[in-house]
Design a protein around this ligand. Structure first.
Ligand code: ADP
Length: 262
């Protein structure tokens, strides 16, 4: 069994309680917590992809991570979704340290806690839209009928009820991304990780996808971490963090957020 929420050990990491200058925030509000996270790759020589990252993202925040190629964005995403482990440091998602879990529990935790949206959609080409969206539910043990009912409801929510039995190659880029978003949200995960979700779309379709993500983020009361080169996409977020050579070098809190909280 995966505990839904493990205790947050605020006493062990007192500097996190001071995060972003907001003193004494209850640690239970933290959705993503990184403490001195390092990731090294050994390929003949050692590459330090992440160099002691500290980061805290609260429930309900939208955070964009930007940075040049090679700065460590993909490495960070891989660690956050539990596909890889840090060389040192601690990563917690919704209070759970994924690397402390066994393989089965980690897979299950990843499935139910984290919805992933990719630049290249990552749909299975031989499956229809409804089969792609219901796949995570089927892998988690849901009966086909129930899984497909939930998948249809999600496809309906993203505006694709007329495309349920189409395969990815019968869909436009924007429609494929809508299927991928429906799949990412089918468990109503508390955390959405989006990797350049508009990178393969024209600007009008990209805008529609960002509008949809905005709506769903609010409706599902999720937390969104968006990796992007797109400044307009990043500007929709509450904060922008800039990575450079495996370290955060800049944090920008956006004015629309400040205005909202007045
Ligand atoms: P970004 O996503 O910002 O382009 P990456 O996280 O892919 O950056 O890469 C960060 C650094 O880690 C780069 O120097 C890259 O070459 C290196 N790196 C990434 N993945 C691997 C890997 N599997 N093996 C060796 N080096 C890697």
């Amino acid at each position: 069994m995966v505990p839904d929420t493990l205790t947050n050990h605020a006493d062990s990491y007192p500097h996190l309680a001071h995060n972003n200058g907001r003193l004494n925030r209850p640690m239970a509000h933290v959705m993503i917590q990184l403490v001195k996270v390092c990731k090294e790759y050994s390929v003949g020589k050692t590459v330090q992809a992440l160099r002691g990252l500290d980061m805290s993202v609260e429930h309900g925040e939208r955070v964009a991570v930007m940075g040049p190629s090679g700065s460590g964005k993909s490495t960070l995403l891989n660690l956050l979704c539990g596909l890889d482990e840090p060389t040192s440091g601690i990563i917690k998602v919704d209070g759970v340290e994924l690397s402390s879990l066994g393989d089965d529990d980690r897979t299950r935790a990843r499935r139910v806690k984290i919805g992933m949206i990719f630049q290249t959609f990552n749909l299975l080409p031989t499956l229809t839209a409804v089969e792609n969206v219901s796949l995570p539910l089927r892998l988690q043990g849901s009966a086909r009928c129930e899984a497909e009912e939930r998948a249809c409801a999600m496809l309906n929510r993203v505006g694709l009820n007329h495309r349920e039995v189409h395969r990815p190659d019968e869909l436009s880029g924007g429609e494929r991304q809508r299927v991928a978003i429906a799949r990412a949200l089918v468990f109503r995960p508390p955390l959405l990780l989006a990797d350049e979700p508009t990178g393969n779309l024209d600007s009008v379709t990209g805008d529609e996808i960002l509008n949809l993500l905005d709506d769903l983020y609010r409706e599902f009361k999720s937390t969104l971490l968006l990796v992007t080169h797109n400044e307009l996409a990043a500007a929709r977020c509450d904060r922008i963090l800039t990575l450079h050579d495996g370290q955060f070098v800049k944090e920008e809190r956006l004015a629309h957020t400040a205005a909202k909280s007045l």
